[in-house]
Design a protein around this ligand. Structure first.
Ligand code: XIL
Length: 342
């Protein structure tokens, strides 16, 4: 029997015999997932989980510069559009990720030669073509991703090097292309990095003072079972004190952050992970309602987690669904805890 058929049957059994409440149904905000169009097309069970469990979608990769703008004179929206069509068909919110980043930049941009005006024109064109293509269809955009280092300095990148004030300009350009889209600054690892957090808050303050449209902060939330709750609480409070919309944009909770090859996911580590997930959702519910943009998981199942593929960490189990596409035992407990807390 084909592996995918086997998983589908297992999954169907869970649906028929044991499926209880959905996490999305106990949440007053959208629950998203970063998705991969190849898996959506090839894996019916993956597709089914995406359809039934989530109310928002983010393209894991297919709206990034490298994929959407492979050549200077060519855009490729085909895969991003596939994800958007699924979102539209199933009335899910589409979140745009990401317009300006130092990673996954196409070769032609990395090798681009020109003066400041030419660089500006190039980036403005990129942003406005992409945002324009999805105008009115994508609710919010991660306009700038990961622009600061842990010490609070601006991360060196082709953008920082060639375009003065590139962050403010990017927000402005995105706003011109879709005045209704919510515009986010997105970053990771602010917890325990007060200088990085301070730089982000300072940026928000300056953008607001200059009337540059910024509407939200994305906290990626790639955390692990040892992440310190007090440090997370601090950055959540500081972020929400800006009054901006808050998106936990890339949630996963690593159980084996040091990538120990002999790691076994015991009941203890599973329990520690459940407690972190509970903590994250309850902390999010304390953010003022009008600032709750939503929580998005980075990937769907342990098997398709970027921690396994990108970081080559085969013994990592960071999500709510296991690699056979089943809800993990903690799923129901998480739902219950959230339902009880409301
Ligand atoms: C990751 C994807 O999951 C991988 O498939 C890709 O190879 C690299 O990028 N922060 C982000 C995301 O903002 O875009 C990253 O996604 C994960 C870290």
């Amino acid at each position: 029997m084909k592996k995918s058929l086997f998983y589908f049957l297992l999954f169907a059994c869970q649906v028929v015999f044991g499926q209880s409440k959905y996490l999305k149904d106990v949440l007053p905000f959208p629950l998203g997932a970063a998705v991969n169009p190849r898996l959506l097309a090839a894996q019916p069970t993956y597709r089914e989980i995406v359809s039934s469990e989530f109310t928002g979608l983010t393209a894991e990769n297919h709206m990034k510069m490298m994929l959407v703008h492979p050549d200077a004179d060519r855009f490729d929206f085909s895969k991003g559009d596939e994800i958007l069509q699924l979102a539209q068909k199933e009335h899910k919110r589409m979140h745009g990720h990401t317009l300006v980043w130092h990673n996954q930049v196409p070769k032609w941009m990395n090798e681009y030669k020109g003066d400041a005006a030419a660089w500006e024109h190039m980036l403005k064109n990129h942003i406005q073509e992409v945002v324009g293509h999805y105008r009115g269809k994508v609710t919010g955009w991660d306009v700038v991703n990961e622009a600061f280092l842990d010490d609070g300095s601006l991360r060196p990148s082709i953008w920082a090097k060639n375009i003065p004030d590139y962050i403010a300009k990017s927000f402005q350009w995105a706003h011109e292309a879709d005045p209704t889209a919510l515009l986010f600054y997105n970053d990771y690892g602010q917890d325990g990095k007060p200088k990085k957090m301070a730089a982000i808050l300072q940026m928000v303050k300056e953008l607001k003072a200059r009337n540059i449209p910024i509407h939200g902060l994305g906290l990626q939330m790639h955390i692990n079972i040892h992440s310190k709750k007090d440090e997370l609480e601090t950055i959540i409070n500081q972020s929400s004190a800006t009054g901006l919309a808050i998106h936990f944009s890339e949630l996963d909770v690593a159980v084996n952050p040091k990538n120990d090859s002999t790691f076994v996911n015991t009941t203890e580590t599973q329990h520690a992970q459940l407690q972190r997930f509970e903590w994250v959702f309850l902390a999010y519910l304390k953010i003022p309602k009008n600032q709750q943009y939503g929580i998005t998981f980075w990937n769907v199942t342990d098997g398709d987690s970027w921690l396994r593929s990108y970081f080559k960490r085969p013994k990592e189990f960071p999500l709510l669904f296991d690699e056979t596409y089943l809800r993990k035992p903690m799923y129901d407990q998480l739902v219950q805890k959230i339902a009880d807390a409301k």
